[in-house]
Design a protein around this ligand. Structure first.
Ligand code: C2O
Ligand code: CU
Length: 482
C-alpha cells in the first residue's frame, strides 16, 4: 500500500504547510520526487467560521477542514489524489484551472461517472503549469461548494521569485443564520436570476479574519483565491501598492492592478497572485477594504505592523515569474466564434438597449418570455438543463480560436473554460494591456470580451459562468475539442 497523506492536521498546520506535508511525503518510496499522493475525503463536518460567542457551523468539507487541505507540489510533479465520498450524495472533484486530460477533469457524466456515496475515485495528472489553483466539486456545485467543499492547490515554480513570506488567502462568502448555521436556501430563484447567492459573512481560509501580522520592509507573495459562489471582491489595500504577478495561476508582466482605483478585482473562481511590499511604519495598521459593492463596503482584514521592522526599505528583488508552457495562439489565423450570454433579471431590457432583440428566435424575447423553457440564463439562446453532453461548439484540435463573447445581461459573469487557459485579447474592442492568460474572465454588464487560445486539449470541456447559481440556472455549455 502506498503511503497516503491523510489530512488530520489543523488548518493552521496545513497553511504552515510544507513542513507537515514534507514529513508525510518523506515516507514515500524513491519515485516520491515526482509522484505525490494525496487523499481527500469529502464529508460533513463542523468548522469555526465565526468567532465566539457564536459556535461552530455544520459544513461539508474535505479532510475535516474549511478550506480543505492545501495541496502543494512542484511544477512537473505527478499528482495522484484519491477522493473518498463520505457525503450522502454523489460528488466529483474538478481541478480548477489545471490543464489535465479530459478524463481527469471531474465533470459528472461528461468526463466520468459521479463518485457515489461510499466510493473512491483516484485522479491522476501532471502539474504542467506552476501557479495558484484550487479544487472543488462539479456536482451540484452551487450547494456543495457553498457548504464548504473547496481547497487550494499550489504548484510551485522551479525557481520561485524571492520573497520573505508567502500567504494563501482563500476567500469565501457565507449566508449564515443567527445561530451561525448555513442558511439552506440553496438554489433560490431570486439568487439565480440576480447576482447569485451573496452571503453575510466573509471568511479568509475559513475564518472571519482577525489581524494579519506583518513587518515593515517585508515582501509578501499573496495568493488570492475566490471560492465564493457569487461574491466579487474589489480589494483596496490602502497605502500599499500591490503588484499583480499572476492571474488565474498564469504569470503576467508585473503591474499595478488594472482597475483605475488600484483595487484588486477578483470574481468567483479567479486567482490573483500579488507582491505586497510592506511600506508602512512599525506599529501601523493598514485595513484591506472590499469596495466592490459601493453601498456595502466592509473592512476585510487589518494588516498590523509589528514594532520591529524587517528592513528599512522594500527589497528590489525581481518579481517576474517564468512563463508556463502554453501554446501561443495565432490570432491572425484563428477561427472566430461568437457567444452571447442573455437572460436574468432585466436581461430583456439590456438586450433591447444593445440592439439584440428581434434578431430572430435566438435573441428575441428577454427573460420573461423564455421562462417557460425552465431556464434563466442562456448561452447562444440555450439554457442548459441537467447534465449536458451535446457540444455547443466544436473546435478543431491544435488550431487557434478566438471566442468573441458578449454579455447582454445586467449582471457580471465570471466565464470559465475547462482544460485550457486563454489569452484575454480585447475588451469592448480595446486591446488589453497584457493579453493576460486566464481560465476565468470576469465580464461586466454589456461588455464584449475576446479570448484566444490553441485548442490543444482534446475532449468535451465545460464552459460556464462561475457564479454557481447562474450555472445551475442554465449558463453553461460544452465545448468539444476534436
Ligand atoms: Cu471551477 Cu467548471 O469550474
Ligand atoms: Cu453569471
Amino acid at each position: 500500500m502506498k503511503s497516503t497523506f491523510t489530512p488530520a492536521l489543523s488548518r493552521r498546520g496545513f497553511l504552515a504547510g510544507s513542513a507537515a506535508a514534507g514529513a508525510a511525503f518523506s515516507l514515500q518510496p524513491a519515485w516520491a520526487d515526482t509522484q505525490r499522493v494525496f487523499t481527500l475525503r469529502a464529508a460533513p463536518g463542523r468548522a469555526r467560521l465565526v468567532p465566539e460567542p457564536w459556535g461552530e457551523s455544520d459544513v461539508w468539507c474535505y479532510g475535516g477542514t474549511v478550506p480543505g487541505p492545501e495541496i502543494r507540489v512542484r511544477q512537473g510533479d505527478r499528482l495522484r489524489i484519491a477522493v473518498e465520498n463520505a457525503l450522502e450524495e454523489d460528488t466529483t472533484v474538478h481541478w480548477h484551472g489545471l490543464r489535465v486530460s479530459n478524463a481527469m477533469d471531474g465533470v459528472p457524466h461528461l468526463t466520468q461517472a459521479p463518485i457515489a456515496p461510499g466510493e473512491t475515485f483516484t485522479y491522476e495528472f501532471d502539474a504542467v503549469d506552476a501557479g495558484t489553483f484550487w479544487y472543488h466539486p462539479h456536482q451540484r456545485s452551487f450547494e456543495q461548494v457553498g457548504r464548504g467543499l473547496y481547497g487550494p492547490l499550489i504548484i510551485e515554480e522551479a525557481n520561485p521569485p524571492r520573497v520573505d513570506r508567502e500567504l494563501v488567502w482563500v476567500l469565501d462568502d457565507w449566508r449564515l443564520t443567527q445561530e451561525a448555521e448555513i442558511d439552506d436556501s440553496f438554489g433560490g430563484f431570486h439568487d439565480m436570476s440576480h447576482g447569485g447567492r451573496l452571503g453575510n459573512t466573509v471568511t479568509i481560509n475559513g475564518r472571519v479574519p482577525g489581524a494579519e501580522p506583518v513587518r515593515a520592509g517585508e515582501r509578501v507573495r499573496l495568493r488570492l483565491i475566490n471560492a465564493a459562489n457569487a461574491r466579487i471582491f474589489a480589494l483596496d489595500f490602502g497605502e500599499l501598492a500591490p503588484q499583480v504577478i499572476a492571474l488565474d495561476g498564469q504569470p503576467v508582466t508585473p503591474h499595478a492592478p488594472q482597475d483605475a482605483r488600484g483595487w484588486v478585482v477578483i470574481g468567483p473562481a479567479m486567482r490573483v497572485d500579488l507582491m505586497l511590499d510592506m511600506t508602512g511604519a512599525p506599529g501601523e495598521t493598514v485595513t484591506v477594504i472590499d469596495r466592490f459593492f459601493s453601498d456595502r463596503n466592509y473592512e476585510l482584514v487589518d494588516l498590523t505592523y509589528s514594532e520591529t521592522p524587517l528592513r528599512d526599505a522594500p527589497p528590489n528583488w525581481e518579481m517576474a515569474l517564468a512563463p508556463n508552457p502554453l501554446p501561443e495562439p495565432d490570432i491572425g489565423q484563428a477561427r472566430r466564434h461568437e457567444v452571447i450570454f442573455t437572460g436574468g433579471m432585466m436581461g430583456g431590457m439590456v438586450e433591447r438597449q444593445m440592439g439584440l432583440s428581434g434578431r430572430g428566435g435566438m435573441m428575441g424575447g428577454g427573460m420573461m418570455n423564455r421562462m417557460h423553457d425552465g431556464g434563466i440564463w442562456f448561452v447562444n439562446g440555450v439554457a442548459a438543463e441537467g447534465h449536458i453532453l451535446d457540444p455547443m461548439l466544436v473546435l478543431a484540435r491544435d488550431a487557434s480560436h478566438v471566442i468573441a463573447m458578449t454579455n447582454a445581461t445586467a449582471f457580471h459573469h465570471p466565464i470559465h473554460l475547462h482544460g485550457h487557459s486563454f489569452r484575454v485579447i480585447n475588451r469592448n474592442g480595446v486591446p488589453t494591456a497584457h493579453h493576460e492568460w486566464q481560465d476565468t474572465v470576469l465580464m461586466a454588464p454589456r461588455e464584449r470580451v475576446e479570448i484566444a487560445f490553441v485548442a490543444d486539449n482534446p475532449g468535451d470541456w465545460m464552459f460556464h459562468c462561475h457564479i454557481l447559481e447562474h450555472q445551475a440556472g442554465g449558463m453553461m455549455g460544452v465545448i468539444r475539442v476534436a
